[in-house]
Write a protein of this length. Structure first.
Length: 138
């Protein structure tokens, strides 16, 4: 799903699904503008290489006053598995989404339907966390 912003506190603030013909960096400014209206305390967004470009980052900052930091993968420089700072948050959230079989392929006919299924898939980890029994200290 292109254009899904994930906040570093494990819960998404805003999700957006765009057409495959839309570049990630073109959807960044309106997405962060919505994030800013919903959560004015957000000051920084960590994004992947699809959002790279000075013009996209400038437009996003002007629309939202949120600083954009690109976290790049370093596959060519690294041998073996290395955890990159902040990158694991995105990868973990994509893992949550991929657990929902319905989202493994583009089955939905409308963007609204696809967005509803995405939000439902992201709600399951939250419900699991809420359902966990609280351990009382002895």
């Amino acid at each position: 799903m292109n254009g899904c912003y994930r906040h570093h506190r494990r819960l998404p603030i805003e999700c957006q699904i765009t057409a495959a013909s839309t570049q990630d960096r073109d959807a960044l400014a309106p997405l962060l503008g919505t994030v800013r209206r919903k959560s004015p305390w957000v000051k920084r967004a960590f994004v992947d290489g699809g959002y790279q470009g000075d013009e996209a980052q400038r437009a996003a900052f002007e629309a939202s006053r949120i600083t954009v930091t690109v976290v790049k993968r370093k596959d060519k420089e690294v041998n073996g598995f290395v955890v990159l700072p902040k990158r694991w948050v995105v990868e973990r959230t994509l893992g949550w989404i991929n657990r929902a079989r319905r989202l493994s392929k583009a089955f939905e006919a409308t963007i609204n339907s696809a967005l509803a299924w995405l939000q439902l898939a992201l709600a399951f980890p939250i419900m699991r966390r809420l359902a966990m029994p609280k351990i009382q200290p002895a």
